[in-house]
Ligand binder design. Structure first.
Ligand SMILES: [Zn+2]
Length: 300
């Protein structure tokens, strides 16, 4: 399914506990208990996005194509954000073999990233800048119109309250932008099978092999099958949307490079049939291998 109007990819895996303790433990507990219902792709209202004005008055360019809008960040912090974005870009293209070629017709060369001073600053002000009535609580990616350079994509984020400086979900949300520009033809969406790709890939690009929350799932007596993972929807839990999708993507990347090439090719060509066939073939022929891989992962 292709949405005719722009949609957003929201991510709430942290939510309001960001205002308390953003430790890994809190994050993990939150992921496990939280419903993912507010992560839905949303067709935004017609209202236009407002300017950053006095909320995020300072601008900074990262390598020409990324414009940051911030309030209080120091030069060192700005450089740290740009370096993280550069790293994410390298990992993304290396993993997916895109040759840095955007999908046909994509005009979203530039992306605006709005970084609020903290979770409260984000909650209090994001709507004024995004112009959207619904703004997912963990930050989000808004695609704009990929076929119209006048409607640039945007990412809305906030500085984490964890010790040391970091921007919550920076790599994850930037991966959504890269997927929208370099892999997924047309608008991103949450159609059948595709949500698994969208959120699992963003988690994998952001975290690589370092995702203890996902590994902790493997102690559960009931492990998901590949078919379960591919069928995830935003009605499922955050654990299923983010962590199990991550495991599914990681399995494909590490074990089935030919299938990965097929998937990327199908998405770039907007061939849902080929995308579906590739996933169905994996689910029907590799389930035993997948379960053995999960077992090895849990023992390492
Ligand atoms: Zn996401």
């Amino acid at each position: 399914m292709v949405f005719l109007s722009a949609v957003i990819v929201g991510c709430s895996h942290n939510k309001s506990n960001e205002t308390k303790s953003p430790s890994n433990k809190t994050y993990q507990n939150n992921v496990i208990s939280q419903s993912a219902n507010d992560n839905e792709f949303i067709e935004p209202p017609v209202s236009s996005r407002g300017p950053a004005l006095d909320i995020l008055p300072n601008e900074h360019d990262c390598n020409g194509s990324i414009r940051l809008y911030v309030s209080k960040l120091s030069d060192d912090q700005l450089h740290s954000v740009c370096a993280d974005l550069d790293d994410t870009r390298l990992i993304f293209h290396d993993t997916l073999g895109t040759n840095y070629e955007p999908v046909k017709g994509d005009q979203n060369e530039k992306v605006n990233i709005y970084i609020f001073d903290g979770y409260k600053h984000y909650i209090d002000n994001v709507e004024k800048i995004s112009g959207l009535s619904t703004n997912p609580k963990g930050g989000f990616f808004y695609e704009g119109n990929p076929f119209d350079a006048k409607h640039q994509p945007s990412i809305y984020l906030f500085v984490s309250s964890a010790s040391g400086f970091s921007v919550w979900n920076l790599k994850h949300e930037f991966s959504h932008y890269l997927n929208a520009r370099f892999v997924k033809y047309g608008h991103v969406n949450d159609s059948a099978l595709y949500l698994f790709w969208e959120e699992g890939l963003a988690e994998y690009i952001a975290k690589g092999a370092d995702n203890p929350q996902a590994i902790s799932l493997l102690k559960s007596p009931k492990l998901r099958t590949l078919a379960d993972i591919f069928d995830v929807t935003y009605k499922d839990t955050s654990e299923e949307v983010y962590l199990w999708s991550y495991l599914g993507i990681r399995y494909i990347v590490e074990n089935h490079p030919t299938s990965l090439v097929d998937i990327v090719s199908a998405l770039r060509l907007d061939s849902h049939e080929r995308f579906k066939e590739t996933l169905e073939t994996l689910a029907s022929s590799q389930e035993e291998h997948f379960q053995n891989w999960l077992k090895e992962l849990s023992e390492n």
